[in-house]
Design a protein. Structure first.
Length: 184
């Protein structure tokens, strides 16, 4: 009986420790030290949440920068890659269609041709953003002075590798599109 009582005390102690104290501690630390990240890194415009800088959104309007395609149709609940083999006829046809739709060489390594592993990557490369400039300039009817401003906006919004070695140079599409609407 004594062993059972001791085991019950240990069980209750660990339930309280791991089920109440630890989650409460982590919540307090994350809300105070990493508040933006803990709350989804939300982007607001005019007081309204327009998205998260951690998740890609589908932009189809020609006046916006387009993100990488999504195998999950930009649905975070269905986050996944296409799982198509590099030899897949469907994959080759899909990439060929994307290349045609975006005026790209099918052999290029452009972000607009290939989905990310999660299907929700919110970033594109600066090169991919550059390839989209002419479409945006035309759709927004920008004059020469505004074109330079647009190029500067893209340049200033480029995020470099973390610590100089981690990741790749990238641009967050949603943040850039929000700034695009504000400036033009």
């Amino acid at each position: 009986m004594k062993i059972l009582f001791n085991n019950l005390k240990i069980f209750i102690f660990f339930i309280v420790l791991t089920g109440v104290i630890y989650p409460l501690f982590i919540t307090v630390v994350s809300q105070t030290v990493f508040n933006d990240n803990a709350n989804g890194s939300l982007i607001t415009k005019n007081g309204k949440v327009v998205g998260s800088k951690l998740l890609a959104q589908d932009f189809k309007d020609k006046k916006y920068f387009w993100p990488r395609p999504s195998a999950a149709n930009y649905d975070s609940a269905a986050s996944a890659a296409s799982n198509l083999s590099p030899d897949s006829k469907t994959l080759h046809e899909t990439i060929a269609k994307r290349a045609t739709d975006n005026g790209l060489d099918i052999n290029s390594n452009d972000d607009l041709l290939y989905t990310s592993g999660s299907g929700l990557d919110p970033h594109i490369s600066p090169e991919s953003a550059e390839r989209q400039l002419n479409r945006i300039i035309e759709a927004r009817h920008l004059d020469a002075g505004k074109v330079d401003e647009l190029k500067k906006l893209v340049e200033n919004h480029t995020e470099h590798r973390q610590l100089g070695v981690l990741g790749r140079t990238r641009i967050n599409v949603l943040e850039l599109n929000v700034l695009l609407d504000e400036k033009f």
